[in-house]
Design a protein around this ligand. Sequence first.
Ligand SMILES: Cc1cc2nc3c(=O)[nH]c(=O)nc-3n(C[C@H](O)[C@H](O)[C@H](O)COP(=O)(O)OP(=O)(O)OC[C@H]3O[C@@H](n4cnc5c(N)ncnc54)[C@H](O)[C@@H]3O)c2cc1C
Length: 420
Amino acid sequence: MDFATGWAHILGMDRDYDVIIAGGGLNGPALALALAQGGLRVLVVDARPASARASEGFDGRAYALALASQRLLSALGVWPAVAALAQPILGIRTSDGVPPEGAAPFLLGFDHGELDEGAMGFMVEDRHLYAAFLAVLEAAPGVTLRSGDSVVGQRVDGAQVTVALASGQVLRAALLVGCDGRTSGVAQRAGIRRHGWGYGQTALVGAIRPEHPHQGLAHQVFLPEGPLAILPLRGGLASIVWSESEANARTIAAMGDEEYRVLLESRIGHLTGHLDLAGPRFSYPLTLTLADRYAAPRIALVGDAAHGVHPIAGQGLNLGLRDVAALAEVLAEARARGEDIGAVDVLERYQLWRRFDSTVLALGMDAVNRLFSNTNPFLRAVRGLGMRAVAAMPGPRRSFIREAAGLSGTLPKLLSGQRL
Ligand SMILES: Cc1cc2nc3c(=O)[nH]c(=O)nc-3n(C[C@H](O)[C@H](O)[C@H](O)COP(=O)(O)OP(=O)(O)OC[C@H]3O[C@@H](n4cnc5c(N)ncnc54)[C@H](O)[C@@H]3O)c2cc1C
């Protein structure tokens, strides 16, 4: 290395990008847009070809976006492209049920009128959200998307991280962020270990057309084998996330459509009336997986790469978007102060902000799932009492609603709808 090249290397002037993001699911694109707002040059590498994903029909995946996540999407300029396709969540109803009787009367219910901010959140289909991200990403200055290619190697040396792609290209940046999902290769290569366990449950996911209009209500029915969520979608449809023990789920998944429809109707028909299936059915095995650390030198983890949680409260993507907002704010502030954005002490600030919150929520969801996924009469009595107590007390009610809307805790700017 000659003298000039040596200085360029030390000062980071020979970097191709400020930040390389491995993974273009939803958190990767969100982070890229947030970082570009902060003036950083960003590359997103996604293994799945964007054209294939954007042209897919309804694949059963839909997200309950908390109000705070919707504000982040507004601040990133994504919300206008998806707003007309999003269903406002106007209320939440939870009930306890044992088949074959179906659900008991509602144990706990909340309405958007109890919150000053309007709807409690929004239901959005994955395909619409991804298409909106793609449109904004392609027009965003400072962001490059390379889809159909993968990050296959990384090496950290002093002032930069060198990233190898499957296509053979080698690129340099100040920071590599793993948004590459629950089996994050970025985390593995950085020596970050994961902890977790399988729930012995599988989520059966799909859409239905209920006879009774959903009126914007999201239902959570707690059945002994696992929770069953009915989530309102646009066009009079509803998304079903039906968690069952692995053995039951295998049997149910193997049923023909009519047999499946009749079984589902026996579980939730008192809420939906007659129901028709409205699209293909999918199965997702459920696991909890938590990364030991969210940061290492020149490496950060975001979204499912950092924490994969049970979908019982529809919080997975919402948690990831909280990471996005926090990391983008930490890096924008670091850059404004002239700090190195890949330095351990900078990334430590991000980890401190997010790790405790995500772990508490992940373990909370785990506890709720365990408490409700059984027929023990004592536990049924305790949970019934607990929910009725929350229902009767204004303080806990308000905390619960603000938590569900993602409005509790120290919010990064983007989650309050402010640009960076
Ligand atoms: C049944 C079910 C229902 C859910 N419902 C909700 C809900 O209502 N609300 C909610 O907030 N969350 C929900 N979630 C959770 C939500 O789906 C996830 O938290 C979210 O999609 C994670 O996004 P991500 O971008 O972090 O990871 P992923 O979506 O897993 O994306 C990872 C991306 O990285 C790419 N990739 C992997 N390796 C590489 C590599 N080496 N190089 C380049 N690219 C790579 C992959 O191709 C992929 O595109 C649900 C989950 C399930 C299973």
